[in-house]
Each structure stands twice: as C-alpha cells, then as structure tokens.
Design a protein around this ligand. Structure first.
Ligand SMILES: [Ca+2]
Length: 329
C-alpha cells in the first residue's frame, strides 16, 4: 500500500465515521460576535466599491473565531448568493445562521463538497454507497431552496468530491480517489473533462475564467495545479505551486486580488498562495480544515473565510481583510 493509498483510506475511514448518524440536528451552540459593522451592498454594483459591504474589523488578519460548534464534522460549505450559508456533514445538508445555529435541509448518504447555483439551489457531491475507485455510484445532487433533492448525475463519477460552476455554464466535479474531473451539464450529461491531475479536490476559476486552479489531496507532494481553459476544454495542465509536504490539500477559495486560499487538511492550516506561487500560512490550529468560502450576505463578513472541519466540530470564521472573488454560479 503506497503512502497516498494509505492516506486515502485514512480519510475514507474518517468519512465513514462521519456517516454514522450522530444526532447532530440540535442547536449548534457557540455564537459569534455580532457583525455590527456590516452594511448592505448592491450585488449588481461590480465597479462601485462604495456599494460593496464593508470588511468587518473585529478580528485581525489571520485571527479566527468559531461560528458554530458541536457539529459532527463538516466538509462542504457555500453561500447561496442570496444571504444564506450552507454546510454539509456526511449525512446532512444544513443551513447555518449568522449566530451559528444549524437547520437540517436534506439528508444524504455520504455528502462531500457543495456549491450554489444562480437560482439558490445547492449542488451536493455524494460518494455514493461505495468508496471503491471502480464503482461508478457517485452522485451530483441538486437541492432546491425548498430542500427538494434531485440527482443531476449518477452512474458516471465514482466518488464525487467537489463541484464548481464553469464560466460557460456547466459544472466540473472532481474525484479525489481517481485522476478525474468530470463535466456535468445542467441537463445531467456527464463527460470526462480531464484525467491529467492526480487526486483532484478543491477547484476555483480565475476571475477571467481562463485558468482553473485545482488542489490535489492524496498524491504527494501536495500541489496546486493550473489548468488552461480554451473554449471550455482543458488545454493544458501545469503545476502552479507545491506546498509543504503532508499538507494534503483539500478545499480552495480565491480573493478579489487573485490570491488562493488552500485548506491544508492534515496540517490544520489555511495557506495563502500569491499569484507568483509563493505561499504563507494564514492561520493554523484547526482540526482537518476541509472547505472554505468567503462570507456573503447580512450577518457574514465579506472579508472572512468560513471554514469547515472534516473531523472536527467547528465551523470557523477566519479574518482575511480582503473580499472574496466573485464566484461563477
Ligand atoms: Ca462511490
């Protein structure tokens, strides 16, 4: 068994543990401080800086505070673009209030990464019943704002891990147990988009849509790849940066200046990667940080990252001091 295979099974075991119902639907407990500096902004005002919500100033850059606690481990996290925050444990898609209170939205068997569509639906990746790499039972679900879950794609991806909306209006879905990223149309048609990136996980597009950044998880060293995108196709794969050994990269986010934020899962850190590929640790002291998203909507800081813990109990807010990049939806 190779190291990467062993690591895969460690996280697979963690996922299996998380799939045990843990009576986690109760009050999330610990509340964060009020966001009283928050002001409403006009989402359509892309150019008018004054119309954008202000950064909170209660935490210094790199400081963190628990938004929610008492969770049974969460992985996916996304804002819906309409003011709500969602997070996914292995067995439940939840809404998380600005006070850290959780509300069950829809149950799953093995939910992983999530992302929001333009209409406020939440796309949920699901490993399916089997974690085997050759059993194509992974599912991409689409959950309506009312909580109605419909399978958008099943039977193509073995272990659907993370979804990202493409600039051309489809979904890319990574499979971290295989070197595969799939494209899923809104009609559910699935095609293999690239098989050139080992253990792809978190993904984010550059603002111009010409580059897809992909974090790799189990294949060491811990790298971030840059995929050149031409006419909606993967036109070339390059190594963008190589983080510290053992980072075991998971989710990614991007700020408005194009810096990347990578969840170094096993190290318990969020690492910031500059445009030239150099990197620094923004924050540590987390338990297996999994996915991360910049705040959107009233009660959330637009200049903080909200971070799930795969094998921990918290959702953190980490102050960054700059806004997130606009996401494709
Ligand atoms: Ca599976």
């Amino acid at each position: 068994m190779t190291n990467s295979t062993r690591m895969a099974w460690i996280l697979a075991a963690a996922l299996a543990l998380l799939s045990i119902p843990a009576g986690c639907s109760s009050d999330g407990g610990e509340a964060q401080t009020d966001g009283d500096e928050m002001t409403d902004g006009d989402e359509e005002a892309e150019i008018d800086e004054d119309a954008l919500p202000a950064c909170w100033t209660d935490l210094a850059e790199g400081e963190k505070i628990a938004l929610a606690d008492g969770l049974s481990g969460t992985e996916g996290i996304t804002f819906d673009g309409k003011g709500k925050l969602y997070a996914a444990s292995a067995t439940m898609l939840m809404e998380i209030s600005p006070d850290g209170i959780q509300r069950d939205v829809a149950p799953f068997s093995k939910a992983v990464g999530i992302a929001a569509a333009e209409d406020g639906s939440i796309l949920v990746c699901d490993f399916g019943p089997s974690d085997e790499v050759d059993v194509r039972d992974g599912v991409l679900w689409r959950v309506s704002p009312e909580g109605d879950a419909q399978a958008l794609s099943e039977g193509a991806i073995a272990n659907a891990n993370f979804p990202v909306r493409t600039p051309w209006g489809s979904w890319l879905v990574s499979d971290d147990f295989a070197p595969e990223i799939w494209e899923i149309t809104d009609d559910g048609e699935a095609t293999l988009w690239t098989n050139e990136i080992p253990s792809p996980n978190g993904m984010v597009f550059s603002a111009d849509g010409k580059t897809l950044y992909v974090a790799n998880t189990f294949d060491q060293d811990s790298r971030v790849f840059a995929v050149s995108v031409v006419d909606g196709e993967a036109a070339g794969v390059e190594e963008f940066t190589r983080l510290d050994p053992g980072s075991v990269n998971d989710g990614m986010a991007m700020d408005e200046d194009g810096n990347l934020y990578v969840a170094a899962n096993i190290k318990g850190q969020i690492v910031r990667v500059a445009l030239d590929g150099s990197y620094e640790t923004l924050v540590g002291g987390m338990t297996t940080p999994a996915s991360l998203a910049f705040g959107e909507g009233e009660g959330f800081d637009p200049c903080s990252l909200y971070v799930t813990e795969l094998a921990g109990a918290k959702i953190w807010r980490v102050a960054v001091g700059v806004r997130g990049a606009r996401l494709y939806r």
